[in-house]
Ligand binder design. Structure first.
Ligand code: NAG
Ligand code: NAG
Ligand code: NAG
Length: 389
């Protein structure tokens, strides 16, 4: 890594400052010639500097091709192309407010070939899920509109049941990919004030081309590549992992069950009720308590071979700091300051931390330190930092 030295600025001495009469407007031509010359020199220097910078940064970026190419793709996606159809308006991108979510029950199987000897064939880097969304109807409607992006929903698995368990007939499913929505139309209307449950099965990718939704990340240990799956839902990418009401005011509880390869651990917002219980030789199951009622962008999941060190804060919150096995001893500092920071924020905001546990993942979130996946990085609480910010 290149080192930069700080150079002291010359001391500021007020006595050396004199107000000066403005220069006489003598030769207008000389002045403009000088400025043109100065601009030219600055321009040339800038060209040289950027050239050199490009050379060095280009080299660095090569080390993190996964991240950089994903960033570039994201930037590209944000760029309007003239061939695009008319962009949807802000109004069109909003969900109707006929239904209010209560709880999402998500049961997912993560096909993560986290090390060389694990191979799921064509299912490598995908996930399967069974989802139940319970919601309340606040205005009569015969359709359920959810956000969803790049998910394959199995139409024959879709069912809407009322509180008495009666199925309503699905008439059709419409994917509005430009709006990142999926609409389920039913033969009869839902009634105001009643609760309903929509269930479905679907699958999707553990993204490799973007750092959004559930995506993959890798590191090298003992000369072999290890993969992990992590989420980045903010601002609007929860829809890449589950069809949901992906707008921040439409808060609900999330109750997750994750089936993950033997040898990995699964982490989410809430504390585990079942932790990596063997299902068979290849799979283990981790089940979590329902989360507090929260926005979809706060949902977090990580599946990795990471280990952890833990402590219990004076107020009884279990705090774990996770890191790849070879870096587990780099977690001590985070583990010692973490409980103090949590207590400080609880006092400062006068709000008690709402969960039984606090997980800090020593991943490098791409925005903070894209070039250092293998080193110690500042870690961010998954649940707490975001509502605070
Ligand atoms: C699945 O991933 C594993 C581990 O990276 C790899 O060895 C295997 O070749 C992959 N299988 C396919 C079909 O791509
Ligand atoms: C409702 O539909 C689902 C999915 O098609 C099905 O599994 C379930 O048995 C149905 N329930 C009733 C009560 O018909
Ligand atoms: C790396 O390999 C050595 C020797 O096989 C083993 O003892 C060690 O646990 C491995 N480290 C990790 C992090 O897997």
């Amino acid at each position: 890594m290149k080192k930069y030295e700080l150079t002291r600025l010359p001391d500021f001495r007020p006595e050396s400052v004199h107000l000066r009469e403005p220069d006489p407007p003598a030769s207008q031509l000389t002045v403009s010639f000088r400025s043109v010359f100065a601009v030219l020199v600055i321009f040339l220097i800038a060209c040289v500097l950027f050239g050199i910078g490009g050379y060095f940064f280009g080299k660095l970026e090569g080390e993190n091709a996964l991240f950089e190419s994903a960033d570039a793709k994201r930037a590209e996606a944000l760029m309007p192309t003239p061939m695009d159809a008319i962009e949807p308006s802000g109004e069109e991108l909003r969900l109707p407010r006929h239904l209010v979510p209560i709880v999402y029950r998500l049961d997912m199987r993560v096909f993560l070939p986290y090390k060389d000897s694990v191979d799921f064939g064509r299912r490598n880097f995908t996930f399967d899920a069974v989802l139940q969304i319970e919601f309340q109807c606040v205005r009569q409607t015969n359709r359920v509109v959810l956000n969803a992006k790049q998910l394959n929903i199995e139409p024959s698995s879709v069912a809407l049941t009322d509180a008495s368990g009666k199925n309503m007939t699905l008439t059709f499913v419409r994917h509005e990919s430009q709006l990142e929505m999926v609409e389920f139309w039913f033969a009869s209307s839902m009634i105001t004030g009643q609760r309903y449950t929509l269930s479905m099965e679907y699958d999707g990718p553990i993204a490799g081309d973007t750092l959004a939704g559930l995506y993959r990340s890798k590191y090298t240990e003992n000369n072999s590549v290890k993969w992990l799956a992590v989420t980045q839902m903010q601002p609007t990418d929860a829809r890449r992992m589950l069809p949901c009401f992906d707008e921040p005011d439409m808060k609900a509880q999330f109750e997750l069950t994750i089936h993950h390869p033997t040898g990995t651990k699964a982490i989410s917002n809430a504390i585990e009720t079942i932790d990596a219980e063997p299902e068979n030789e290849d799979w283990v199951t981790t089940k979590f308590e329902p989360s507090p009622k929260m926005s979809s962008y706060l949902l977090a999941v990580a599946v990795s071979e990471f280990g952890y060190k833990e402590t219990i804060t004076s107020r009884g919150v279990r705090m774990r700091v996770w890191a790849r096995p070879s870096r587990i001893d780099h977690t001590d500092y985070a583990l010692s300051v973490g409980p103090q920071l949590l207590a400080y924020y609880e006092d400062y905001f006068g709000i008690k931390y709402p969960l039984k546990k606090q997980g800090e993942n020593q991943l490098c979130w791409h925005r903070t330190c894209p070039r250092r996946t293998d080193r110690f990085c500042a870690s961010l609480p998954q649940y707490y930092a975001r509502p605070l910010s």
